[in-house]
Design a protein around this ligand. Structure first.
Ligand SMILES: *Cc1c(COP(=O)(O)O)cnc(C)c1O
Length: 381
């Protein structure tokens, strides 16, 4: 492919920090670079506590453990999301209750929550799709009324804001991904953001194989031992070194991504509207972190044609999120066609354009020109 869909960013200090981490001789988790990442995220976001994890998937698993969810409990999730948003809860025997999405932001439709909340509901998991904030005012009010927890899957949304407040600071817990397809990456990685101070101590224990090792290292106990269930959710400090270089360069990374997003938008929005093609909607009260640019084609057939058209020109575009309620697993929980009509439609229509830190203006012009060449084909059908 001449133009891939994604290329992980390399912004400067990744290799020198990695070298330094190796030389320091602390390659296991919770070394100096992990601490730097924690401090940076806590300070810039204003969260009580951050813990780097091996992935966003694992941070979500930690959230399900921290909420002490039991078989028979229900968690409300959007059908239009990555499997991990749901799997983490299903692993605890929880029944996923699928909500549809809003047709404008493609976020969990908060208007559906009143019908979906039951006496068994224990949590709502909003996913800030493309880093555009879900309607957190409504979601938080409903959650509070019903005494249920909110866990934000903020894999797309680091440094995005809703009504001037950072995404990831609304739920008692929130999760980040540092997978190579996200704005900031170390290959594979994630973080659990903890906004409820009561959950901090147990989160440290779960992440350290069920031991009170973190308290031991802080000198708060004189030996460390097995105190709870747990697993190994902490990444090597080598990965934290890679990640820290990227987080430090966040202004640069986000400025570049903003340029890419705005160039697509300036050149495609009007053209798309004229051809019945949708483009991202960003409400005025949401500040997006420029995670992706997508088109919504009029039909599945046209979407597949555009993918093939771009591929023939060496450009890789991708679609994503098959409705989870219609997946093999989703059907086991009773998912039926028609349950989430917006999700079912959007999943056929959505196309993500190449989007990465290094995408040059010349490459982007090629993508845009190739898309615009597609118009006559779309129109003649
Ligand atoms: C990428 C992603 C995840 C999973 O992230 P990993 O770090 O790969 O586990 C979860 N939820 C959403 C919405 C994602 O986009």
């Amino acid at each position: 492919m001449r133009i891939p869909f994604n290329k992980p960013a390399l912004v400067g200090n990744e290799l020198s920090y990695l070298q330094d981490a190796i030389r320091q001789g602390h390659a296991a988790g919770d070394g100096a670079y992990t601490k730097r990442c924690h401090a940076l995220l806590e300070e810039t976001l204003g969260v009580t506590k951050t813990l780097l994890t091996t992935s966003c998937t694992h941070a979500l698993e930690m959230a399900a453990l921290l909420l002490e969810l039991q078989p028979g409990d229900e968690v409300i999730v959007p059908s239009f999301t990555f499997v991990s948003t749901v799997n983490a809860f299903v692993l605890r025997g929880v029944r996923p209750v699928f909500a549809d999405i809003r047709p404008d932001t493609l976020n969990l439709d908060e208007q559906q929550l009143p019908q979906l909340l039951t006496a068994r509901t224990k949590a709502i998991v909003p996913v800030h799709y493309a880093g555009v904030g879900c309607e957190m005012d409504v979601i938080l009010a409903l959650a509070e009324n019903h005494g249920v927890a909110v866990v934000e899957d903020n894999a797309h949304g680091l440094f995005g804001q809703y009504r001037g407040r950072n995404l990831g600071t609304f739920g008692c817990l929130a999760t980040q991904s540092f997978h190579e397809t996200k704005n900031f990456s170390c290959g594979e990685g994630g973080a659990l953001l903890i906004n409820d101070p009561r959950l901090v101590e147990r989160a440290e224990i779960l992440r350290e194989k069920g031991t009170n090792r973190s308290r031991f290292f802080r000198g708060q106990v004189d030996k460390y031992t097995w105190v709870d269930v747990g697993s190994s959710y902490l990444p090597s400090d080598l990965l934290a070194a890679y990640l820290f270089a990227q987080l430090e360069a966040r202004t640069l990374i986000q400025a570049k991504r903003r340029q890419v997003w705005e160039r697509y938008d300036a050149q495609l929005r009007l053209w798309a509207a004229e051809h019945g093609i949708g483009t991202p909607f960003i409400p005025a009260h949401c500040q997006q972190p420029f995670h992706m640019y997508y088109l919504l084609l009029p039909s599945l057939e046209m979407r597949q044609q555009l993918i093939a058209h771009l591929k023939a020109r060496g450009i890789l575009s991708v679609f994503h999120y098959q409705p989870l309620h219609l997946s093999d697993m989703g059907r086991r929980y009773g998912g039926q066609p028609g349950d989430c009509p917006v999700t079912e439609r959007i999943s056929d229509q959505l196309l993500r354009l190449p989007f990465y830190y290094d995408l040059s203006e010349a490459e982007q012009e090629l993508v845009i020109a190739a898309i615009k060449e597609f118009a006559p084909v779309a129109k003649s059908r």
